[in-house]
Design a protein around this ligand. Sequence first.
Ligand SMILES: Cc1ncc(C[n+]2csc(CCOP(=O)(O)OP(=O)(O)O)c2C)c(N)n1
Ligand SMILES: [Mg+2]
Length: 594
Amino acid sequence: MRTKGADLITEYLIANDIPYVFGICGHGNVGMLDSLHAARDRIKLVSPRHEQVAAHMADAYFRVRHQPVATLTSCGPGSCNIVMPLALAISDSSALLAITANVPTSQFNRSPFQEINKHFQADFPNIIRPVVKRSFQPTRVDMLPLSLRQAMTTMLSGRPGPVNLDVPFNVFQEEDDVELPPPAPPLNSTRSGASPDEIAACVDWILAAERPVLFVGHGVTLSEASRELTTFAHRLGIPVISSPNGMGCLDMTDPLALGFIGRNGAYPANEAGRRADLVIAIGARFDDRSASSWLPGYSWNFPHTKLIHADVDPEELGRNYPPDIGVLADARTFLQQLLAEIDRRGGKGNNLKAWHADIKKSQEAWQKFTAPNFEVHASPIRPERIVADCQAVLPPDAILCCDVGVSHNWYMQFWKARRPQTMLNSWGFSGMGFGAAGALGAKLAHPDRPVVAVTGDGCFTMVPHVLCTAVEYNIPVVWVIWNNFGWVSIRDIQLGMFGGRELGTMFHEGPNNKPYNPDFAAWARATGVEAMTVTKSQDFKEALEHAIKTNKPFLLDVHVDAEVRPPSTGAWQLPPTPYKNQYLASVSCPMPLQ
Ligand SMILES: Cc1ncc(C[n+]2csc(CCOP(=O)(O)OP(=O)(O)O)c2C)c(N)n1
Ligand SMILES: [Mg+2]
């Protein structure tokens, strides 16, 4: 059928049940916009004020729904603005289809307006190459069906991630005789499993272990293995450590849930990790922050501890710790296989009484050490109070969008996610603005659930125009601004490493050096968003309840004490600085390290 390129793209998005395109106009993509206009009853364009926000929104949408949406940006600068959020998405295995426009093919290599061509014509794919699974550049309409099918399939298969479709201006406009390709299989349509020998060997080890621990990551969330994980952990009594994007796969109020590991982890998780005799890591990677920079004895103790490591991505097996058994498998399939083999062998686990007693001891010690500060009311507010009140106010299905910085450290350490896909973290790339912007995408993914972004004053100031988008499209998100008047997470590293000197990490007003920030609440009101400033901890809970209840976009500017630091229960080293000399070495855990 004779079809315009842009119409074929639009129809393919619709055929794949993609309800939204998050995008920003430019001369390069007006052909695509016109096609979206014609299909506006079936697919909706949401146009934020910065391309970074569009991609964070798409990323967050995928994380909570496990269904992708597309972004649309123009040629040149507009598309260059999505490099950071795509890097963030690929680091955290999040899928989105980034449709970028390019210059007309007949102008390739002539340096037309906004062409990147120093080394190759229309070279945007080379700009974007390291931050996507694949970039496709169909240069004729008859190339579109294959590119579209391959792009969508690549994005969702194996370890999901962003994919780029780079479309020259004329390819949107021109017509050809083309057929719509079949829709791509949705996420998790293809699942790989372990071999029978691997399963037998894993179960031998699991049943023989005296101090086993599970370490689960985003792979468990992505494969939707929460039920299998919970059954497996309960059946064998194996405690569960979680990476931030694996949180909630086991309800974190479960006594077997130990929380996050690493410097900003929970003490029981680090204790269990470093004392375990067997670690079963599933869909998790041992990055520096979840492995105390690989310093032995802080979070983990490999090779002294045995390691079973299962992942869909072979590159993660053995990247940092060579596994004793490496299994290339989907998390849910692997857990199902383990459960079936355990059933076959009588269904019982090892006697772990002594291990459970150790774990309980560390949980009680952590509770005793941390609990008193959760009760302290102060102005500026103690961080623990904010975490506690969010926990008290938000229902289990609420979605928390974390940004980067000190606030995130507190939430990683103390937030109890009740369900998978409810706590979104920019983990691998830690790009500022993800929480504040992603919340808009998360809310569109689940309009019926409360969505709260906890974002630093620094993070929010990078994307303040999210307020305009919330008003324009009536997206009732609540932003909690963790306002400590500076880039405090970096200030603390600077103070610790360089004898207390500070430069460029706090916000000051002019010559009198007073702490400075805009009046965030006034700023929000100026955009049409309701807002409150909260300076006393006693007021925060009610303010948050009110903000959620209004069911309108709402900003809470919360003044938090910048001098209260999260306890460090592991380590984080930045070579060549010797670990012991760093501020970060203040290991303030209640029991000595091994
Ligand atoms: C886009 C981006 N720029 C810079 C950084 C480096 N960085 C990490 S945390 C941080 C400070 C965050 O400040 P804020 O949001 O106020 O949080 P705080 O640490 O004060 O709680 C900076 C600058 C980053 N991660 N991402
Ligand atoms: Mg700050």
